[in-house]
Design a protein around this ligand. Structure first.
Ligand code: PEP
Length: 261
């Protein structure tokens, strides 16, 4: 059985006080759901406070981005060592909002993925096409290019610590979710790419999440697809009740990962 992984991306929301309230409710709500991994990614300013509240809980902490250097004259940036220092285990990299609003390239993202691994953080690498690219029937080509360039020359032992998140840009924050079939198609394509670039073992081990307007009422259908192993959740992760329900739905519909060699 696949073990679901649900990641909440709080984006640029929540003061420290609000984050504290949110995480306390989530903590209580998912406490007994031991068959699912849960990660929350608050903004940088709330990481330390949330980390303290998560001590001894099943929920793990992630950051939403980082720079690739351990320290130095990089005004405004946060380093992998700083994320480790506040107990982060995961870091989201290559989110479409970073690509689109801040001009991050696949090459830049690769440098960050490599740095995250070097400093023992688990990267959640986001890939996904825009609506224009999908309509031009270029979704698979674009995702392959992101996959190739963002992963670059990572070796197998590094790759097995990466989580992939397929996030079609047209589904992020729009209320328009990819259909379970569309998600499954891209997820199985990513698994095929992993098999070609690495091995069937890596293709089976790497977790592939779906992201894009995930809500309690569409989680179960998405999770019912064999290659969807969890979700990266934006808007619905900053409402405690909906995030808790998403975790609950992910657990009840898990099934074997279907990778055919
Ligand atoms: C995201 O930010 O990664 C995301 C998927 O957002 P939303 O769930 O709001 O579409």
């Amino acid at each position: 059985m696949k073990r679901p992984l649900i990641v909440g991306n709080w984006k640029m929301h929540k003061t420290i006080r609000e984050a504290t309230t949110l995480v306390n409710i989530i903590k209580a709500g998912v406490h007994k759901m031991t068959d699912c991994d849960v990660v929350v990614c608050p903004p940088f300013t709330a990481l330390a406070a949330v980390a303290m509240l998560l001590e001894g809980s099943k929920i793990e902490l992630g950051a939403q981005d980082m720079y690739s250097e351990p320290e130095g004259a990089f005004t405004g940036e946060i380093s992998p060592l700083m994320l480790k220092d506040v107990s982060c285990r995961y870091v989201i990299l290559g989110h479409s909002e970073r690509r689109q609003t801040f001009g991050e390239t696949n090459e830049r993202i690769h440098t960050k993925v490599a740095a995250a691994l070097k400093y023992n953080l688990l990267p959640i690498l986001c890939v996904g096409e825009t609506l224009q690219e999908r309509e031009a029937r270029k979704a698979f080509e674009v995702v392959k290019e992101q996959f190739d360039h963002c992963l670059g020359n990572l070796i197998a032992q590094e790759m097995e610590r990466v989580v992939l998140a397929y996030e079609p840009v047209w589904a992020i924050g729009t209320g328009r979710t990819a259909t379970p079939d569309q998600a499954e198609q891209m997820h199985s394509y990513l698994r095929r790419l992993l098999n070609e670039k690495y091995s069937s073992t890596i293709a089976e081990r790497v977790k592939i999440l779906y992201g894009g307007s995930v809500k309690p009422d569409n989680m179960a259908q998405l999770m019912a697809k064999p290659n969807v192993e969890g979700a990266l959740v934006g808007g619905a992760s900053i409402k405690a009740e909906s995030f808790i329900q998403i975790v609950a739905h992910a657990r009840t519909t898990n099934m074997p990962t279907a990778f055919k060699r």
